[in-house]
Design a protein around this ligand. Sequence first.
Ligand code: GDP
Length: 196
Amino acid sequence: MKITSVEFKKAILNLKDAPKDRKPEIAFAGKSNVGKSSLLNALFNRRNLAKTSNTPGKTRTINFFEVNSKFYFVDLPGYGYAEVSKELQEKWGELMFEYLTGRETLKLMVVLIDSRHGPNERDIQLIDFLDEQQIPTLLVATKIDKLSNSQRRPHLEMIRKSLNLDEDAIILPFSAVTKEGVAPLWKIIEDVLKGG
Ligand code: GDP
């Protein structure tokens, strides 16, 4: 896909403030520090589109980026950072719940899992919830450059097992450093957008 424009549209704390123009949305989620900002920057070949943060977990907003004036990339707040207060965690949960249950324009959820550590309890909860809601989901294994060639397969297998995934379910290896996965991820996004 040729990217002609990408523009930060808005950051919201309440779903009622989300864009109302009904453009299709591709959303990105994962625990804090998983490499979400780096992935978004790699997709757009930008250094600082989505800020890579030094204080993970502090961003509670849902951020909308408009691409080619045609669709949105939705950057969902990172989860599972211990320092965040219970109150903030609950607010996070409410906003995510609202977004994931009430957004007809959501076409694909891209869930990022750190390829070294695999999914934690929160990741598993999210993926089960997406499954229940029948939201199309793509799993991306981030920071794949940190694994040696011999570690790759067992780690991807471990992720597959801990999520109870079928043999043919896609877990896309990705690295913001080597850019592995950028082209296949764009291809999947393009197909999803074409399909609906
Ligand atoms: P976010 O909190 O999910 O947005 O994560 P960031 O994109 O800010 O990344 C968290 C940390 O992981 C930063 O220090 C990044 O430089 C590092 N990181 C992100 N992606 C990669 C990657 O693909 N490979 C490596 N080696 N490090 C990465």
